[in-house]
Ligand binder design. Structure first.
Ligand code: SF4
Ligand code: SF4
Length: 79
């Protein structure tokens, strides 16, 4: 399990989430930031820091945002 960055992050540039992540597992992609689920320790710091509430715990992802979990997996798979 891990946290997931969703649609509200697209084209946001202020990486408050990455600044607070204790394990440095948030990276900028082409149009949004991504969390590396293999490294995330589920601390929740990023969720609290995001000004647009783009970050959800995997289990609490709204149905229409589940695609962003797959998008993150793909980002790290081809990296
Ligand atoms: S939950 Fe914690 S470890 Fe995981 S991405 Fe957010 S800040 Fe980093
Ligand atoms: S703080 Fe929120 S909006 Fe900003 S980069 Fe992180 S997830 Fe995206």
């Amino acid at each position: 399990m891990a946290f997931v960055i969703t649609e509200a992050c697209i084209h946001e540039k202020a990486a408050d989430c990455a600044d607070v992540c204790p394990v440095d597992c948030i990276e900028e992609g082409e149009d949004q930031f991504y969390i590396d689920a293999d490294i995330c320790i589920d601390c929740g710091a990023c969720e609290a820091a995001c000004p647009v509430a783009a970050i959800y715990y995997e289990d609490e992802l709204p149905e229409d945002q589940k695609i962003y979990m797959q998008k993150a997996e793909e980002f790290y798979r081809i990296k």
